[in-house]
Design a protein around this ligand. Structure first.
Ligand code: NAD
Ligand code: GLY
Length: 376
């Protein structure tokens, strides 16, 4: 029988935009969680059809202690809905309820809801406060922290958005109980990510505790969320707007975003694409002589043990003008629209040594070799 962990607090230090990340059990239905928020007349809970039936009533009653009106807008569920059209549903709701500049938005959901709510908060009346209440492991360890908000464009993922920090992040571990196993694994991809780029001891710990994490053992989950948030807070505290260091948090994402866009958003989960992308980026690091085969093997085995893919999908397609585009060409074309690319040169997060990463270019020929060897 495992013990329930106490509530932990991680701070993210960004001068006047600093905030706390709470990690614990049962907080989203507890009015005390929100006691420090600035007074406002209205709150708007933004959620989706799946999460609304699970957690919206609890959050609503906790917020009703602090806000005169608590409204709710329920979005469709899925990465394919991370669009202008769905974003507009949030603005429709804010305007229909005559919300003002003090209205606080609450993102209740995974990364899709969190990213869209953050972007809506950044732009409604040029900026209203918002709170992240992440309900997926991925959102608790990554997307709810650090202020990146966005929607997708058909030509590129997260291409339209803003840096906009929340007032508070509430990681209620109890929400993990209802998370589908595939989503739990997808979240583990972002937990694993922190090891190779920043903390080898954490990587060792994940290897030793992967079964406990997959079994949702509360103490193990609490440590994984807290340590991931600490690492992310440390990185974002030094480079909020990604002028340098923060880009290492995109380990696996250059290949991963190509997989997501190439297959069509929603086919592979974001965490699955990142997992496979990390394997590909590790192979590229090895081919560049930065790390040896042993660490590539360890990372691949851990990703596999977490229930995640380690082999890339084929992304070739027929183009009427130029004939069939080969798999490596398609990956390269998609990676050239990655936000890290400059003047068409693709940038990768590579492991310099286990526990440390940097952003670098790589010769196309080497990238092709990696794609050829890592795809089915
Ligand atoms: P998601 O938001 O689509 O949630 C995954 C699925 O789980 C959805 O169907 C959702 O309805 C369901 N769900 C959520 N919580 C649940 C719960 N407690 N119980 C049962 N079902 C639940 O996906 P995600 O993996 O959370 O987030 C992926 C998104 O996050 C991507 O769009 C990605 O680009 C973004 N992201 C952003 C950042 C950032 O820094 N802003 C970082 C990483 C990822
Ligand atoms: N998920 C990458 C970042 O927040 O920078």
């Amino acid at each position: 029988m495992s013990l329930s962990p106490p509530i932990e607090r991680v701070s993210i230090d960004l001068a006047e935009r600093s905030y706390s990340i709470f990690v614990g059990n049962g907080m989203l239905g507890d009015a005390r969680t929100f006691a420090q928020l600035p007074a406002g007349n209205a709150a708007l809970i933004v959620t989706n059809i799946t999460i609304a039936s699970l957690y919206a009533a609890q959050l609503r009653s906790a917020l009703a202690v602090h806000f005169k009106q608590v409204h709710i807008v329920v979005l469709p569920d899925g990465e394919e809905h991370k669009t202008w059209q769905t974003l507009n549903l949030i603005f429709d709701s804010l305007l229909e309820h005559a919300c003002d500049r003090k209205t606080v938005l609450f993102a209740l959901g995974g990364g899709v809801v969190g990213d869209m709510t953050g972007f809506a908060a950044a732009s409604f009346m040029r900026g209203v406060p918002f709170v992240q209440v992440p309900t997926t492991l991925l959102a608790q360890v990554d997307s709810s922290v650090g202020g990146k908000t966005a929607i997708n464009h058909p030509l590129g993922k997260n291409m339209i958005g803003a840096f906009y920090q929340p007032l508070l992040v509430v990681c209620d571990l109890r929400t993990m109980e209802t998370l589908p196993q595939r989503e739990l694994s997808a979240g583990l991809a972002e937990v694993i990510k922190y090891g190779p780029i920043a903390d080898l001891a954490f990587f060792d710990w994940i290897e030793a505790n992967i079964e406990a994490l997959l079994a949702r053992q509360p103490v193990a989950l609490a440590y994984a969320v807290k340590r991931s948030c600490e690492i992310k807070a440390w990185v974002v505290g030094q480079d909020e707007r990604e002028s340098g260091l923060r880009a290492v948090l995109n380990f696996g994402h250059t290949f991963g975003h190509a997989i997501e866009a190439g297959l069509g958003y929603g086919k592979w989960l974001h965490g699955e694409a990142v997992a496979c992308g990390m394997v590909m980026a590790a192979h590229l690091s090895q081919r560049l002589g930065l790390i040896d085969e042993t660490f590539v093997r360890r990372l691949t085995d851990l990703i596999k043990a977490a229930g995640l893919p380690v082999t890339g999908p084929r992304l070739s397609r027929v183009n009427n003008a130029t004939g069939t585009m080969g798999n490596a060409d398609r990956y390269l074309a998609l990676m050239r629209v990655d936000k890290k690319a400059t003047a068409g040169e693709i940038k990768f997060v590579l492991i310099d040594r286990p526990g440390s990463a940097s952003v670098q270019g790589a010769p196309d020929a080497l990238v092709r070799q990696v794609i050829d060897s890592c795809c089915e």
